[in-house]
Ligand binder design. Structure first.
Ligand SMILES: Nc1ncnc2c1ncn2[C@@H]1O[C@H](COP(=O)(O)OP(=O)(O)OP(=O)(O)O)[C@@H](O)[C@H]1O
Ligand SMILES: [Mg+2]
Length: 260
């Protein structure tokens, strides 16, 4: 075996389980993600996708199983400790401050980091660098012209882009996006798709996303994991997983699958 074959994957979940009361939301899930891979997690409503994300990102600790990042056991690391190691996430329901401006939201995301990174510098230099970083992040999602707009006045797609920009404020190497296109119109969905592709192509990030839009999944993912009732029922290329009999059966009668 070569050294390479022995190397730990970038992110590895091993037999991860998480229950709520009697509900086994995640019932022993394995997932290996290579560096710079784009992985989509699909499955019908209630399959356990968000719960699995929560276990990966430290929002909840799993009841059992392990999560490693570059070989380091992060299963019980706090959320902010994972962020320090380069992991970042967005939520299925918007987690931005609608009454604040776009710039203020991004500033808030940058602040925690900045307290550490800029502690050795003067206040003037710090403010200037923060402002520069805000512009850089807004340029990335093409929202710079909206900088002084109140977030509540943006389209849903615009708000999602603010969230993505915020998730980048910690300079992650890996981002987890929970349903980035949920509730968006087709044009906004296409815009988000382009930005997610850029996360990988331009920033070189590893991307893991939960998604019901199969056009998005097919166009972007290198690899797809399908969950149902807390378990993995298929893993492979988008084409293989989306044509899998068990996957189609799991989605049968459900409205949420799009464009299959
Ligand atoms: N915080 C919680 N407390 C109690 N039960 C929960 C909690 N979070 C999830 N569950 C339950 O765990 C199961 C999996 O839910 P989860 O939200 O992970 O599914 P999902 O695949 O993300 O679904 P969706 O596509 O609707 O977002 C469901 O039965 C849900 O009711
Ligand atoms: Mg969910």
């Amino acid at each position: 075996m070569t050294a390479n074959a022995n190397a730990a994957p970038f992110l590895r979940a091993k037999d991860v389980a998480l229950s709520f009361g009697g509900v086994k939301a995640v019932a022993g899930v394995d997932l290996d993600v290579a560096e710079r891979e784009i992985v989509a997690i699909i499955g019908p409503n209630g399959a356990g996708k968000t719960s699995f994300f929560n276990a990966l990102s430290g929002f909840f600790y799993p009841d059992s199983g392990t999560v490693t990042l570059r070989g380091q056991d992060i299963t019980r690391l706090r959320n902010f400790e994972r962020i320090r190691l380069g992991m970042s996430r967005t939520f299925q329901t918007p987690s931005i401050f609608a009454e604040l401006t776009v710039r203020e939201n991004i500033m808030m995301g940058l602040q925690a980091q900045a307290n550490v990174a800029f502690s050795m510098r003067g206040l003037g230099a710090r403010g200037k660098e923060l402002a520069g970083r805000v512009d850089e992040l807004l340029d990335f999602v093409q929202l710079r012209s909206m900088k002084e707009r109140q977030v509540a006045t943006l389209s849903h797609g615009g708000q999602r882009l603010v969230e993505i920009a915020m998730s980048l404020s910690t300079s992650p190497s890996c981002v987890l996006l929970d349903e980035p296109t949920a509730g968006l119109a087709a044009a906004d969905t296409t815009r988000i798709m382009e930005v997610v592709r850029d996360l990988h192509d331009r920033l070189g990030l590893t991307v893991i996303f939960v998604e019901h839009n199969m056009r998005f999944v097919s166009a972007l993912a290198n690899s797809v994991l399908c969950m149902n009732r807390g378990k993995v029922i298929a893993r492979g290329t988008p084409a293989a997983v989306l044509s899998d009999a068990q996957v189609r059966e799991a989605y049968l009668g459900s409205e949420e699958i799009v464009n299959v």
